[in-house]
Design a protein. Structure first.
Length: 61
C-alpha cells in the first residue's frame, strides 16, 4: 500500500465516523470539568486531614 492510498482510505473512514454534536461536546466537557474539580477538592481535603493527623501523632503541633 502506498502513502496516497493510505490517506485516501483514512479519509474514507473518517467519513463513516458518527461525530458528536456541539451540545454533546459541551455537556461532556462540563461533566469532565465538574468531576475534576470535585476530585481536586476531595484530594485536597484528604491531604489536609492526613497532614494534620500525622503532625498531631508526631507531636509537631
Amino acid at each position: 500500500m502506498n502513502i496516497a492510498q493510505y490517506f485516501k482510505d483514512a479519509r474514507a473512514e473518517l467519513g463513516k465516523v458518527s461525530w458528536p454534536s456541539r451540545q454533546q461536546v459541551l455537556e461532556g466537557t462540563q461533566a469532565v470539568l465538574i468531576f475534576v474539580v470535585a476530585l481536586t477538592v476531595i484530594v485536597w481535603v484528604m491531604d489536609l486531614l492526613f497532614t494534620n493527623g500525622i503532625n498531631a501523632a508526631l507531636g509537631l503541633r
